[in-house]
Ligand binder design. Structure first.
Ligand code: IPE
Ligand code: IPE
Ligand code: MG
Length: 245
């Protein structure tokens, strides 16, 4: 599957990835789940690199869901520590590669040390413009929608906005992803075919791509495959095929 097959004029603007399968990757090798999470870091690096090479402007990675708080405490602690160390290791390289770092999710749930460091990385990369890399951390789409409803209701109560003016744009502008374009391509690894509470509103018209590859095995050529599949689809947005042509 080669890079040459990718049409440079039809590059998705925004790719989102549900990075799944770390635990199974480790289990297959008789290792602890933690090893799988650690191995997944390399995939993140490769995919970020690839997005830059291809000129993809936005990459959003699902790293930890609101539901993942229900995992064993030891695994959660490991994931938090891994996140912290990765951020520390990568801060320089984010700047060197002109990558803006962002997060979506409820950062208030994260350990203080981590939320403070996340804020620092965001501040120090905010002027970068090649790629916006967004990590979904303690993220759940339903909880995001609850936040949006709360925020808009407060504005209605305080006469900042009238309820009859609430439309899709207003809702878009209150989502955590308000500064991001719609997701063009959603990828999920590990063979599961579900969304697991990720970006429910934002993927209304995304192209979905599922692969059996486990996240720690996902490499550039797998991303190329996903993009080629995306480019071979006709995005009709409700219209007829003839209208598109
Ligand atoms: C994805 O891998 C990483 C996180 C959800 C944090 P999993 O840990 O879900 O791996 P599997 O699904 O058990 O194989
Ligand atoms: C989804 O993976 C969340 C992330 C990849 C961070 P899970 O492994 O938590 O999803 P389920 O539980 O299989 O739906
Ligand atoms: Mg999983």
């Amino acid at each position: 599957m080669s890079l040459k097959k990718i049409d440079k004029n039809k590059i998705p603007q925004h790719i989102a990835v549900i990075m799944d399968g770390n635990g199974r990757w480790a289990k297959k090798r008789g290792m602890k789940r933690e090893k799988g999470h650690r191995a997944g870091r390399k995939s993140v690096k490769k995919i970020v690199e690839s997005c830059i090479e291809l000129g993809i402007k936005n990459l959003t990675l699902y790293a930890f869901s609101t539901e993942n708080w229900n995992r064993p405490k030891l695994e959660i602690d490991f994931l938090m520590q891994l996140l912290f160390l990765s951020l520390k290791d990568e801060l320089k390289s984010l700047n060197k590669n002109n990558i803006r770092f962002e997060t979506i999710g409820n950062l208030g749930m994260l350990p203080k040390k981590i939320s403070t460091y996340l804020q620092k990385v965001k501040n120090e990369t905010r002027k970068n413009s090649k790629l916006t890399l967004t990590l979904a951390l303690s993220y759940g789409s339903r909880s995001e929608i609850v936040d949006v409803v709360r925020e808009i209701s407060d504005k209605v109560k305080n006469n900042i906005i009238s309820s009859k003016n609430i439309d899709e744009t207003v809702i878009n502008n209150h989502l955590y992803t308000r500064n991001l374009p719609d997701v063009d391509l959603l990828i999920r690894t590990s063979g599961e075919k579900r969304i697991s509470n990720f970006l429910l509103w934002q993927i209304a018209y995304s192209e979905l791509y599922f692969t059996k590859k486990l996240w720690p095995d996902f490499r550039k050529k797998d991303l190329y495959r996903a993009i080629i599949s995306y480019q071979n689809r006709e995005r009709r947005f409700g219209k007829t095929s003839e209208q598109i042509k």
